[in-house]
Design a protein around this ligand. Structure first.
Ligand SMILES: Cc1ncc(C[n+]2csc(CCOP(=O)(O)OP(=O)(O)O)c2C)c(N)n1
Length: 515
């Protein structure tokens, strides 16, 4: 056995079974090891941002890490933006990066670079492997680091000679400690706020509070106190519909978020940090909770949030069950022109039970979340770190994790152009993804931001830098070129017909909406 095989065998023994890869010469022993050892699914991404985004989507749905395999510093660097998003999503990921042979590093060959410095800002754990013999243990430690609550990125830099040299053994999986309990007194303090302020309290939720166990406990608390359930603006993953309580999203623009929160007298944080504005604007604060508003942390994302919510529900003597699940209530099929409202209504009207919606639809996506509040049970995921180009890869990884579920990639055009190669991976792997592309031929949010910055008459360059109209992009043609069947629609009626058809078909497909 060589080092590369010891890495793959160790990963398999720890339950890691997918590798999203874009390899090069320094990873050849690992590529060979994927064949030499049975059991690891190898998925090729044609850009490293696809691999890292797919690993994020996979982790959000599988609750365990996949490997990414990338080539030296430059290959890894191409995947950093989506690792940034994964860090914000708290997704467990193990990056494996091949490096030059240890003795060749000093030669400073063209592809040599400081990989560790690239890895550190997006990795909670980084290790440069020193020998083939240590590689198995290094791998086991990387997997344990990635899996420690709430989920982290661990990066293993593996010189090629450590891959090809002999290794004696594999390493046993390392037991991962359960998440920390909430702080002493946290439940009491939060119960006190809820008792005092009741319906004037916001229970602001994130991380595991947005999964079914946490949400059921949150629903009990809301049933007892009348408090409002609000989640992070960009949830990594939230379960919705069926027995799940209705949860609002905190609005994106700080003015609206502040207006929302100032209606309340107290905030309880459960698995979420106190929210801050996405950007600094003149004369606007960073913090969105009004100054002086009593705020208590029930549990941080690193702590046992679901257990803390259950303890809080018990503490305030909330009913054991929050009440019957609400009936499915979908909007009517829309008609007329395509805009954010009709698109959101069409998707909410037709999304199948148990689907996964990956929302990187940017401005077109805004009305969808509330339009789908009465939809059947489904999972919703958002762009967590603001680094656009995450939607198509994340949907790809989610589909690898959940082959029996329909994944809907609700996708803005500008953002989609960063990592459109994900479509090719979807076709090659026959993944159940329906991509719904919002082709508004512009960076609309940037046009909105220009207006907010007081630029009422954008100049030629500002218009050019926010327009995707010349030349026009044909998503249907690009998808067809990558093996994904695609159609174009320009009315709400045509959208509903095509969406119903596309959602019923297995495998990937794409609908380009001209908005
Ligand atoms: C990696 C990265 N590069 C650039 C940006 C800046 N940026 C934010 S939104 C945006 C354009 C979004 O346009 P699109 O996806 O078409 O959505 P729309 O605003 O039109 O709804 C850009 C370039 C970013 N957030 N992340």
């Amino acid at each position: 056995m060589n080092g590369a095989e010891s890495l793959i065998r160790t990963a398999l023994a720890a339950g890691v079974e997918v590798c999203f890869a874009n390899p090069g010469t320094t990873e050849m022993p690992l590529v060979a090891a994927l064949d030499a050892v049975d059991g690891m699914r190898a998925v090729l991404g044609l850009f490293e941002g696809v691999c890292t985004g797919a690993a994020d989507g996979y982790a959000r749905m599988a609750d365990k890490p996949a490997l990414t395999l990338t080539h030296l510093g430059p290959g890894f660097a191409n995947g950093i933006a989506n690792l940034h998003n994964a860090r914000r999503a708290r997704s467990p990921i193990v990056n494996v990066i091949g490096d030059q042979a240890t003795w060749h590093l000093a030669a400073d060959a063209p592809l040599t670079s400081d990989i560790a410095s690239l890895a550190r800002p997006v990795s909670a754990w980084v290790r440069q492997v020193k020998s083939a013999q240590s590689l198995a243990q290094d791998t086991a430690e990387a997997i344990a680091a990635a899996g420690s609550a709430p989920g982290r990125t661990a990066t293993l830099i593996v010189p090629s000679d450590c891959q090809w040299s002999t290794a004696d053994s594999i390493a046993k999986p390392i037991k991962i400690a359960p998440p920390n309990r909430m702080a002493d007194g946290a439940v009491g303090k939060c119960a006190e706020l809820l008792r005092k302020h009741g319906a004037k309290t916001v229970l602001f939720i994130g991380a595991q509070a947005m999964r079914s166990r946490g949400l059921k406990a949150a629903a009990r608390i809301a049933a007892k106190t009348g408090c409002r359930l609000v989640c992070e603006t960009f949830p990594a993953r939230i379960e919705r519909g069926g027995a799940m309580p209705a949860v609002e999203k905190l609005p994106y623009f700080p003015e609206q978020a502040i207006d929302t929160l100032k209606q309340f007298a107290a905030v309880v944080l459960a698995g979420a940090l106190a929210p801050v504005a996405f950007f600094g604007y003149p004369n606007m604060p960073s913090a969105l909770i009004p100054e002086g508003c009593p705020t208590a942390t029930l549990a941080t994302p690193e702590q046992d949030v679901a257990g803390a919510l259950e303890a809080l529900a018990d503490e305030i003597a909330a009913p054991r069950e929050a009440g019957a699940a609400g009936a499915v209530k979908r909007p009517a099929r829309p008609s007329g022109k395509l805009d954010s409202v009709t698109v959101g209504a069409a998707l909410a009207a037709l999304m199948p039970e148990n689907c996964i919606v990956m929302d990187e639809a940017a401005t077109t996506g805004l009305p969808f979340f509330s339009a789908s509040s009465g939809a059947p049970p489904h999972t919703y995921m958002a762009l967590t770190g603001g680094a656009i180009g995450q939607g198509l890869p994340c949907a790809t990884g989610a589909a690898v994790a959940c082959p029996d579920r329909k994944v809907i990639a609700f996708q803005a055009d500008g953002s989609g152009m960063y990592t459109l190669q994900a479509l090719w991976t979807q076709a090659r792997e026959h993944l159940n993804v329906t991509a719904l592309i919002c082709n508004n031929r512009r960076y609309r949010i940037l046009q909105v931001e220009l207006a907010r910055a007081g630029v009422t008459e954008p100049g030629r360059k500002a218009r050019s830098l926010t327009s995707l109209a010349e030349p026009e992009i044909s998503w249907a043609a690009m998808a067809n070129g990558m093996g994904v069947p695609a159609v174009r629609v320009d009315t709400a009626e045509a959208l509903t017909v095509q969406l119903e058809r596309a959602l019923a078909e297995p495998g990937p497909n794409l609908i380009e909406m001209l908005i």
